[in-house]
Structure formats: structure tokens, C-alpha cells
Design a protein around this ligand. Sequence first.
Ligand SMILES: Nc1nc2c(ncn2[C@@H]2O[C@H](COP(=O)(O)OP(=O)(O)O)[C@@H](O)[C@H]2O)c(=O)[nH]1
Ligand SMILES: [Mg+2]
Ligand SMILES: [Zn+2]
Length: 220
Amino acid sequence: MLVATLVNPATNTTFIDRFLATAEAYNVPAIVVFNKIDLLTATEERELLDAVCYLYRSIGYTVVTTSTLTGEGLDNLRGLLNGRTTLLSGNSGVGKSSLINCLIPGAELRVGDVSQAHHTGMHTTTFSEMLDLPDGGHLIDTPGVKGFGTIDFERSEVAHYFPEIFAVSKDCRFNNCTHTHEPGCAVRDAVEQSLISQSRYASYLSIIDDDPNDKYRKPF
Ligand SMILES: Nc1nc2c(ncn2[C@@H]2O[C@H](COP(=O)(O)OP(=O)(O)O)[C@@H](O)[C@H]2O)c(=O)[nH]1
Ligand SMILES: [Mg+2]
Ligand SMILES: [Zn+2]
């Protein structure tokens, strides 16, 4: 489960796409949670939320929108997590620990920034930790992730981990098409026709441009 936020902080879409591509590569089902929706009060912000939810749902991902403040979306999330073991990932400050505190009464994970961090005896998210969900299943809290490399990806297989790009790539003229410059590329056509999102295509390009020696240091 990737926890993301559109504001405070704004999660980079490349980061979301790297996470999802890595989950695809290892056949781990992924869900995306957009948290802190209570902060999205402006019309443009609500429209952006609708657009990103639509984008990732149209690719086939389960997307949930939540607020740990208002409780919106939490029942939905509970239903998805029930009886399963789920690892929470996402940038620091998006509300992973807050979500766990809502889902597991008594978990009392420490939330917020370091300045609030003088409560001895409370948990800090400096290591991964597995907690029991009240109705069965487990949650694994992880420290905030700053970057997300794409370990062990061959340049030619990256498209396999973007389901909508992979589907369209069957129509490329060349079967070894990298979807960057080749004539008759169905993927670039689909991007031009807005059938594939610009941001997803940009994420694809950023992964195939990764320097294999520098995969852990990308600031995404
Ligand atoms: N407005 C708002 N703030 C939230 C929400 N969830 C968490 N926060 C705040 O965001 C900050 C970081 O939360 P935390 O759970 O520590 O994030 P983590 O680093 O991902 O574990 C804290 O100040 C929380 O109170 C939410 O749904 N809405
Ligand atoms: Mg935390
Ligand atoms: Zn192509």
C-alpha cells in the first residue's frame, strides 16, 4: 500500500509510478491511498484528486482516498486490509503512522515531526514493524522513503511494469521498440492522443534513463 498526498507534502508522481512498477515486477498487488483529503478544499485541488484517482483506477489499481482527521475513507480501507498482510510505504509525513493509529486502536505510533518526538515509550518509525489488525491481518509500518530506485530492471522490461504501456506496445512496429524514438511506436501515438497519461510516460522514460550505477540515489 502506497500512501501518497497531493499537498503537505505533495507526492511526486514519478515516485508513485516507480513504486507501482516495482510492485508489478515482483507481482505484489498494490493499492494507492491518497491521504489528507481534508486539506483539499479548493476546486482545483478536488479536481486534481479526481483526475489522479481516475488515472490509476483506469490502469487497474485500487485507489482509496482517506483523511485520518475526518475519518473519511477509513471503512473502505479497513475492508481492503482485513485478513491480509499489508506493508505501508510512502514519503515521510504523508500519514502512514496516523493511518495505522486509526486502524489499530492502541497502536499509539508516534506521528508528526521530530520536534514533537520526546514521548519516551511511544513507537518511532525508524525501523519496520508488524502490527496486528483487530479483525485479522497485519500492517507493516516502514520508515518514510525518500527515494525509490528500480532494482534489477532491464531497460527492455520496464514497459512490462506499466500495464497500460505494455498493452499498447503490442501495436508498435518493432517488437524491440523502446517507445522513445522509433517510427511506428504505438505508445508514443497513444501519449499524443492522451490515451496514455503524460505523467506515466514521463515516469517510464525516467526509469529507462536510470544510470544502472546510480539506482539508489534518485531523488524520487
Ligand atoms: N490534515 C491532515 N493531517 C494529517 C492526516 N494524516 C496525518 N496527518 C498529519 O501529518 C503529519 C505526519 O503524520 P505521520 O502519521 O507521522 O506521517 P508518516 O511520516 O507517514 O508516518 C502529522 O502532523 C499528522 O497529524 C490527515 O488525514 N489530514
Ligand atoms: Mg511514521
Ligand atoms: Zn513503441
